[in-house]
Design a protein around this ligand. Structure first.
Ligand code: UT7
Length: 326
């Protein structure tokens, strides 16, 4: 068990709501196709002059307010994202700039949609070494800037948003009761942005080839997502010596309702325990679990003492799952 306490949560999503019908005005798609295949009804898109760090800074600021902390009191800022502001520096450093804080370490964790859970595990290890640390772990994405709106297979799926948690050491039985994480790099090519890094530096040809946008082999990703999320969750439950009935709230990564339903089927967790923001925000990648956690807390669904199950998968392909006691 990794002991810590979540002392604050916060989230930030753009005001601009883009419904399926809005998208269907410019993309060859329909509300019924998107709802039936994904469970998504709308998503939020940020303004053209915003960057991922704007949403991340908003979420971290709100999580700090919730924890009764000034952001300057944080001992580390970890941002999980795959839609970073810049190749370098890290989005976490841009977040520091926007919060007007300096000194504490700030760095990104890149594991696609799994990034927030990876970040939480890194933060839990840091706290094990120094329980007095207060660490902000944020999942933040701005997919509206990296989607190919000529590719209907991907552009209808994702949205923008950020969620953050502030954690610190605790001597209570709270924190990660059990967790696991992993990755299979042999599947790296099925979900990627091909150009803009050292493998394929930006050029006129990469821009013309639309290689700076999300590329995904959807049905392959779907299959691996179900397997990875379910087996990770079952392993975490078994390691925590718990059954599905012990779970008060289940927040799986919210990419697609069919993936979530398949996970429920395989893990036997009761569907009534799922808290979902998928219908209104779409797939917000690394932000999906912390945004849902924040909204579940504020709605009184996720409370102190509750047992929370989380599981995710993402580009890499990465996965992680955990059983948390709030
Ligand atoms: O966090 C990681 C995120 N990744 C994911 O969550 C992706 C996991 N994969 C999926 O969720 C599914 O594979 C999709 C939702 C992406 C696609 O669903 P699918 O049932 O695998 O559809 P498909 O790709 O097999 O396409 C079926 C049909 C095709 O038409 P034809 O060839 O049968 O005539 C597509 O061209 O649906 C068509 N199609 C669309 N039609 C209307 C694909 N996208 C759309 C669209 N609107 N947006």
């Amino acid at each position: 068990m990794q002991r810590f306490k979540i002392i604050g949560t916060g989230s930030d999503v753009p005001d601009n709501v883009v419904t399926n019908d809005d998208l269907a005005k410019t993309v060859d798609t329909s509300d019924s196709w998107i709802r039936e295949r994904t469970g998504i009804g709308a998503r939020r898109f940020a303004p053209a002059d915003a960057a991922t760090s704007d949403l991340a800074a908003g979420a971290v600021r709100r999580a700090c307010e919730d924890a009764g902390l000034d952001p300057a009191e944080l001992d580390a800022i970890i941002v999980g994202t795959c839609s970073q502001d810049t190749i370098f520096p890290s989005t976490a450093c841009w977040v520091q700039e926007k919060l007007g804080v300096r000194g504490m370490p700030a760095f990104d964790v890149m594991a696609g949609c799994t990034s927030w859970l990876y970040g939480l595990k890194v933060a839990a290890d840091m706290i094990a070494g120094n329980p007095s640390m207060k660490i902000a772990v944020c999942g933040a994405e701005m997919f509206s800037k990296i989607l190919d709106f000529d590719d209907r297979r991907t552009c209808v799926l994702f949205g923008d948003g950020a969620g953050a948690t502030v954690i610190t050491g605790a001597d209570t039985d709270t924190g990660l009761l059990a967790s696991n994480w992993g990755s299979d790099g042999t599947l790296a090519s099925i979900l990627k942005i091909a150009a803009g890094g050292t493998a394929k530096p930006a050029s006129h040809a990469t821009v013309d080839g639309r290689e700076h946008f999300v590329y995904m082999e959807g049905s392959k990703v779907f299959k691996h997502a179900v397997t990875a999320m379910s087996s990770g969750m079952l392993q975490a439950l078994s390691d925590a010596e718990m059954t599905p009935d012990d779970i008060d709230v289940f927040i799986p990564h919210q990419a697609n309702k069919r993936i979530m339903d398949a996970c429920l089927d395989r893990t036997r967790i009761d569907g009534d325990r799922v808290f979902s923001v998928l219908e209104k925000y779409g797939n917000i990648s690394a932000a999906s679990i912390p945004v849902a956690m924040d909204e579940a807390r504020k709605a009184g669904v996720l409370c102190e003492g509750h047992t929370l199950a989380v599981t995710a998968f993402g580009t890499g392909l990465t996965w992680a799952a955990g059983v948390l006691r709030m």
